[in-house]
Design a protein around this ligand. Sequence first.
Ligand code: TXA
Ligand code: MG
Length: 318
Amino acid sequence: MIVKADKAAIDEAARIIRAGGLVAFPTETVYGLGADATQGRAVARIFEAKGRPRFNPLIVHVPDLEAARELAAFGDDALALARTFWPGPLSLVLPLSAQSRHRISELVTAGLDTIALRVPSHAVARALLVAAGVPIAAPSANKSGRVSPTSAEHVEDDLGSAADLILDGGRAEAGLESTIVALSPQPTLLRPGSIAREDIEAALQRRLSDFEDGRVQSPGQLLSHYAPRASLRLNASEAMPGEALLAFGPHAPEGALNLSAAGDLREAAANLFAYLRALDAQRPSRIAVMPIPARGLGEAINDRLRRASAPRPSDKRP
Ligand code: TXA
Ligand code: MG
């Protein structure tokens, strides 16, 4: 059920979370499907609702740095990043603290001795975290492997009644998931996202290592993540017969759905998932995507497009 995220709805959502239920809520990146991270059975319902492989660990959302420090060990680099980018779309993968090892469900961490933490900036997400008073584990509120939802309607389309409540806070502003950085053994970019690599490197005053496949368990690895129904053709200059065009920049063909006619990567990131869904709904044989520059947020956009265009060996989608 979709309800407008006013004070009464947020209080009700907090009650549902504490009672072990599932609430979909807006964040500044995408909508999340949240459960109390300390209740294993509640967290299990997330995996069930998403059809998500169990081995994928979840990001835990907390209201502030203080709450985060109860759950994980922060070194100097982690503190510098948290102070620069929180609240905001950065997730930090850190060693679990001794107390959180007992408190946080193992389903959340998938048995790893690290935890991914994030302090969202969206007013509704923050109000929910404060009202619930527990850390909230929340992946994106879509079926596993599908495009992330940037509106309450997307969530309902994907999950139907699997969420006990869907808080409607309008469109998710950034439209792209958080950037995930692991801090040990050295700062490493696990998933490009809403904060550009360059900005994180500037805050750290050093370069980020790149994630090597297999080294850390992260479903970013699943190649065909974020896939629409239609297949994708990248670096297209125009649509071929039967294709729908996802355009970018000022030199796009007239009338095409354009991620950003001005060539603005932030605007393109915000539109990406909603436009993929919109084109997919036209049931084209394929979606042709114009080239997106690799700089800044373009790294994350191209990462999502590459995954969406990857072959899908076990694809059973209708
Ligand atoms: O913007 C976002 O981050 C959204 C909103 C809802 O906050 N959440 C999100 O969650 O994108 P999800 O579950 O779709 O992606 C979580 C990513 C996965 O790639 C997972 O493997 C990684 O975080 N992750 C979580 N815990 C980890 C850990 N301990 N070590 C390595 N990767 C971890
Ligand atoms: Mg996701």
